[in-house]
Write a protein that binds this ligand. Sequence first.
Ligand code: ZN
Length: 190
Amino acid sequence: MLHIDVMDGHFVPNISLGPPVIASLRRATDLYLDCHLMITDPLAYLEPLKEAGANGVTVHIEAVPNPAPVVAEAAQLGLDFGLVMNPPTPVSAIEPYLELTSMVVVMSVNPGFGGQSFIEGALEKIEQLRKTIDSRALSTDIQVDGGVDLRTAGPARVAGADVFVAGTSVFRATDPVAAVKELRTILDRM
Ligand code: ZN
């Protein structure tokens, strides 16, 4: 999948891209477009994102403490829905909503900028989520986002992550295709 960081300059200080760029990506690829919404008002943007070609959206629990209306809108539009938590946010903040999600995202950096180092505390949260998801027999995926590279991907996999977002470790590599293959090789061994 392609993971797309959408930032509004409000929920996070940075501004990245929005529906027009996602529509351009849609014309260039059939890959699943996973839109990570670092925005204050995700509800207002689900329809434009769907029209642009998004397949799934993930929304910050810090932005929408009651995600039910966003879940309903995503379902209505046929978008996969996930919840994201920032490093200081405890797993307990999203546990009540796990049944509503196809994916939960553990931020392993503070959101808003690329190139940060992996926060080790994320591993404990992944482990905790893995236990809860398995104990409730849910099929929710655990995505880890931030600082994923050849050193951190393995431990995140062992902790129970299913989906790995690699930005800097791929796009700043001299050979991005080889960098993805190396990451996949490590994860396939686990
Ligand atoms: Zn992201």
